[in-house]
Design a protein around this ligand. Structure first.
Ligand SMILES: Nc1ncnc2c1ncn2[C@@H]1O[C@H](COP(=O)(O)OP(=O)(O)O)[C@@H](O)[C@H]1O
Ligand SMILES: [Mg+2]
Length: 240
């Protein structure tokens, strides 16, 4: 196999890294798409915590819906020692009041520069769609954001809320084409042997990466996301 020299960084969930040749390619923008309650914010919290705690990659979590306190509480519930990371600005959680996309972009740029962030989350990105008057402006805005984040040497997760069962992976149907990677989270409500209801994810797109397209079941536990690393099919075949 040919060596892939792409620089990568852990997404913060061990068996998930394995599905993407060891991690997210650095300086990429990755969409995390799924309907409500699928675990998008929790995955993004893993990404921010892991980078700050273990990789000396400070992170900015821009929350546009949930309160920062709620997200911080969530991390503590998983048993993560975030207080010191927040005090030393290895993790910054902000909820900016936004009226214009440009001012949000400015806040993001300033915060990244101030703490030397290497990771950024925008959760959810979908609420920003309303700030653009048309698709052309939206595309333009996205391309600029993409450019800024890469220039600032950051790896990004942008979160997209989609409706249950939707084929479109983002609010505008446009983001998925511009970003470098797309991870889709599902909540399967219908029983599929050997599971009743279950959570699963798949990597839909990842630039410079040889990745599977299969469905990988996962759980959200008291310690956060646990992914077995076997496909649904492999788990079905190994069940008694
Ligand atoms: N401590 C926990 N233990 C087990 N499951 C949890 C815990 N915290 C959250 N969850 C599960 O995660 C879901 C929320 O995940 P979240 O990442 O906020 O979803 P979203 O995709 O809407 O951002 C909850 O509905 C719950 O099922
Ligand atoms: Mg969320």
């Amino acid at each position: 196999m040919q060596m892939n020299s792409t620089e990568r960084t852990s997404i913060g969930v061990p068996n998930l890294d394995k599905l993407m040749e060891g991690g997210l390619p650095k300086k990429t923008i990755n969409l995390v798409s799924g309907s409500c309650g699928t675990g998008k914010s929790i995955l993004a919290l893993h990404f921010i915590y892991h980078g700050a705690k273990y990789l000396n990659e400070p992170g900015v979590y821009v929350t546009l819906e949930e309160e920062p306190e709620e997200l911080i509480k969530n991390m503590k519930l998983f048993g993560w020692d975030v207080d010191e990371l927040i005090e030393t600005k290895k993790i910054v959680v902000i909820k900016p009041e936004i009226y214009k996309f440009d001012s949000l972009k400015q806040i993001i740029n300033d915060t990244i520069s101030k703490i030397g962030a290497k990771r950024i989350v925008i959760d959810p990105y979908s609420v920003l769609i309303g700030y653009f008057s048309d698709m052309y402006m939206l595309r333009n805005g996205l391309v600029h954001l993409d450019h800024d984040i890469k220039k600032l040497d950051c790896t990004a997760l942008i979160i997209s809320d989609i409706k249950d069962g939707s084929d479109i992976l983002s609010a505008s149907g446009l983001e998925e084409y511009i970003v470098d990677g797309v991870i889709v989270l599902y909540l399967m409500k219908k029983p599929i042997y050997p599971f009743e209801a279950f959570r699963a994810l798949s990597i839909r797109k990842m630039r410079s990466t040889h990745h599977p397209l299969d469905l990988y079941p996962f759980e959200i536990t008291e310690q956060g996301i646990k992914i077995d690393g076997r496909t649904l099919e492999e788990m079905q075949n190994s069940s008694p």
